[in-house]
Design a protein around this ligand. Structure first.
Ligand code: 13P
Length: 264
């Protein structure tokens, strides 16, 4: 796994061409030595391509079709996203799984299309509050990951996983670091068991109420390779501060705090 932390912003249905340019202006200064990207709404991909071309920031989209092309009104293919110079595409976000009926099968198909188009898919997994309360977190993660392993085969080594417990998203309360680290270790073990060595390169991000105030504690966890940031990625200085925390954690190589157990 790369020691360089990865910070991804998910703008969701927010932002503007003006905001892309604000980020580009900020990134002209000193930028922390982490990997960073903003996943913007489709209409802003062209703006991001122009604004971030000579910038440390990369860009991406928030979903893609599981089909390559054809009569799928309203859909956007992975290849179209790649044509705008994007590096990443988020797939399987809980807001797509719940609001747009994305199944584990659809998510795996989207990840496969993304890889074929030369994009890095950021595949979101994570349990709902009732699943956490029923000690089903490990079972849910296993179910979400197995379809991916079966579909992607060796391609698995080129994806990024984002652990986003649904109950932490937009709540202002991230999962406790110990619980995050435990879930990430669980994901690593599931991948290693079912996919062997191809899984060792997979970066695992945490998402859910990440802010400048908690980013360092989260990214200090041993099994956390970076963060997927929603609300705080809409404020250029907050995003910069999270990237600074990423740089700090990767250079300090801080030890993981004691893990809290997640029920299976
Ligand atoms: P918030 O950071 O706003 O909780 O959103 C997290 C998220 O859904 C990122 O994909």
């Amino acid at each position: 796994m790369s020691p360089t932390k990865l910070v991804i912003g998910n703008w969701k249905m927010n932002g503007s061409a003006g905001l892309v340019k604000e980020f580009a202006a900020l990134a002209k200064g000193d930028w922390p030595a982490c990997d960073a990207a903003l996943c913007v709404p489709y209409p802003l991909l062209a703006v991001a391509q122009g604004a971030f071309a000579v910038s440390p920031l990369r860009w991406g989209a928030q979903d893609c079709s599981a089909e390559s092309d054809g009569a799928f009104t309203g859909e956007v293919s992975a290849r179209m996203i790649r044509d705008f110079g994007a590096r990443y595409v988020i797939v399987g976000h809980s807001e797509r799984r719940s609001g747009h009926a994305d199944t584990d099968g659809h998510v795996a198909g989207k990840a496969q299309r993304a890889l074929a188009a030369g994009l890095t898919p950021i595949v979101c997994v994570g349990e709902k509050a009732e699943e956490r309360d029923g000690n089903q977190t490990a079972m849910v993660l296993r179910r979400q990951l197995l379809q991916l392993v079966r579909t992607l085969g060796r391609g698995l080594g080129s994806i990024v996983i984002a652990y986003e417990p649904v109950w932490a998203i937009g709540s202002g309360h991230p999962a406790p670091p110990g619980l995050i680290d435990d879930a990430h270790r669980c994901i690593s073990e599931i991948l290693a068991f079912h996919a062997g060595t191809s899984a060792t390169a997979v970066r695992i991000l945490y998402g859910g109420s990440v802010s400048p105030g908690n980013a360092e504690a989260i990214m200090s966890c041993r099994h956390v390779s970076g963060v997927l940031v929603g609300q705080a990625s809409l404020a250029p200085t907050a995003f910069l501060d999270i990237c600074k925390a990423a740089e700090l954690c990767q250079t300090a190589g801080l030890a993981a705090p004691a893990a809290q157990t997640i029920g299976t």
